[in-house]
Design a binder for this molecule. Structure first.
Ligand SMILES: Cc1ncc(COP(=O)(O)O)c(C=O)c1O
Length: 375
């Protein structure tokens, strides 16, 4: 080895410090890992806000038909799907970008809008996906306290100085399930500097829009507003990886350049097109969520557990302390039920449970009734 080679810094040493310092996202354990670890045939997985009814059968049929065509590259700009979404929502196709999940669009937006070292703003407890991708781009993040697990919109407006490149607002938020209203969004959009992009993440809109004061963000479109939505939650296509963004055509053009050229896959595009049309399947999931959420509230109330009313497909529960969370999580796992402890989300005393099928929820209620008094 020559002297120069010995002295050359390693690849790792050359990496930006902000990449080496990144904390990885810790997803819920995959089903197979849980089954293997606990020796179960069947696990009730209520850990990742997936659709308990699965995918729409029409989406599966449409995706299956595309399998043999996957030797070709897919349409890089998802023309058919964008046209379909535009028609339903009363938009133009050039206001839409489709990518491999809304997470991909979170990352693309950060890359498109911010330079390393620049600043973004969000609320404490906001969905971590944004923070992780921002860190990977060398962005700085300021977090505004969220009293009672709700975003403090006035405080966010006050903190949003013209040097803030992105104001990230997941609504409803994951993991808390709390939401801000149409009126609040309207005020915020009027007051935030035009140089700040308001990144409104509506991953759970299909569940939340049944609430009368949930924002109708499409009626508030302005140049510095970008809305993200996904097929992962209410549409049941999490594994296909497909989501979309709605914004000003000039912004959409930049995001289309910066996203991975051939995302999402052909099969994902076909699945999403079919799922978009299968409103019966979508409504079945939304109605199940509404009625089962009420049952959760009743049981949590009965057990004296503190929860945050949720606009999503999950419920956020505050426990006594981190040890209680640990014991509850372990006891539920031993009964074959996977929920989400929230330490890695910044809430060491809290858990999140995804609303499942009635029979999955019944089993969870029974388990909670057995475990909680022993904690
Ligand atoms: C608020 C929020 N935004 C975005 C995402 C990412 O979803 P996907 O990339 O599957 O569209 C999630 C997933 O949990 C989420 O909860």
């Amino acid at each position: 080895m020559t002297e120069t080679m010995q002295q050359a810094p390693s690849v790792l040493e050359n990496m930006p410090e902000y990449v080496r310092n990144m904390l990885p996202y810790r997803p819920g354990k995959p089903l197979e890992e849980l089954k293997e670890e606990y020796g179960f045939e069947k696990v009730i997985k209520l850990a990742s806000n997936e659709n308990p009814f699965g995918c729409s059968p029409k989406a599966i049929e449409a995706a299956t038909k595309t399998l043999a065509d996957n030797f070709r590259y897919p349409d890089p700009v998802s023309r058919r799907l964008r046209r379909k979404i535009a028609e339903t929502l009363g938009l133009q196709s050039n206001q839409l970008v489709v990518a491999a999940g809304s997470e991909s669009l979170l990352a693309a937006t950060i890359r498109a809008v911010m330079k390393p070292g620049e600043k973004a703003l969000t609320a404490f407890g906001a969905f971590m996906g944004f923070e992780i991708h921002l860190a990977g781009h060398g962005g700085k993040l300021e977090k505004i306290p969220s009293p009672d697990y709700r975003f403090d919109i006035d405080a966010l407006i006050a903190a949003c100085t013209p040097d803030v490149r992105i104001l990230y607002l997941p609504n409803p938020n994951n993991p808390t399930g709390s939401y801000f209203t149409h009126q609040e969004l309207q005020t915020l959009l009027a007051k935030v500097p035009k140089s700040t992009l308001v990144l409104l993440d509506e991953a759970y809109i299909e569940f939340a829009q049944v609430l009368p004061d949930y924002p109708k963000a499409l009626t508030l479109m302005q140049d510095n507003l970008l809305i993200l939505r996904t097929f992962s939650k209410a549409y049941g296509l999490a594994g296909f990886r497909i989501g979309y963004g709605i914004g000003h055509p000039m912004l959409i053009e930049q995001l289309t350049k910066i996203k991975m050229t051939f995302e999402p896959t052909l099969s994902a595009q076909a699945a999403a097109e079919a799922a978009w049309d299968d409103t019966g399947f979508l409504m079945k999931g939304v109605e199940n969520n509404q009625s089962e959420m009420k049952r959760y509230y009743q049981v949590l109330h009965e057990l004296g557990l503190k929860y945050v009313p949720s606009a999503g497909n999950f419920v956020f529960i505050e426990c006594q302390d981190a040890e209680t969370v640990n014991n509850l999580n372990e006891a539920l796992l031993r009964k074959g039920i996977a929920i989400r402890p929230l330490a890695s989300f910044g809430f060491p005393n809290c858990i999140r449970i995804t609303i499942g099928l009635p029979e999955e929820n019944d089993a969870t209620f029974q388990a909670l009734r057995e475990i909680v008094p022993t904690l």
